[in-house]
Design a binder for this molecule. Sequence first.
Ligand code: CMP
Length: 156
Amino acid sequence: SFMQLPRPQVPLKSPEELERLKKAVGHNFLFKNLDEERYLEVLSAMTEKRIGEAGVALIVQGAVGDYFYVIEKGEFDVYKRKEPNVSTEEVLASGYGDHVATMFPGEYFGELALMYNAPRAATVVSKTPDCVFYALDRASFHRIVLQNAFHQRRMY
Ligand code: CMP
């Protein structure tokens, strides 16, 4: 039989914090098929982050992807350079490229690099001050969200 991998220790969240998180991530398609146990596991693994000012680049196109994000408060602009394999150095030196989307509370971003093990496909910048969002690390994203999608598929 398979060895059971130890689950990473995650900080416990207060009921209030869990409610806020559920409101923010509740409608997210990546999470909607999770059973209750895995859903709570995702929520516990998410850490709250804040960006105080507009204009801060949280993700830069071409970088290695480390986190997946869900917005609770504030808005983010997404910019994209069209050249393939553009480096973060080029992006930071000569511009973010075209504005392709704006992300609002309840929406998520940063899943592509984690799902496809690819460099960040776009640059994501805070549009408003006082942004509050939640980050899920790559390992937890794979362990909980992708494995779950895979399990569900194998049951067909
Ligand atoms: P990722 O490639 O990990 O990092 C940048 C994120 O921007 C990407 O995941 C998506 O979540 C998000 N995004 C939104 N619109 C686009 C777009 N048109 N092209 C690429 N990424 C986009």
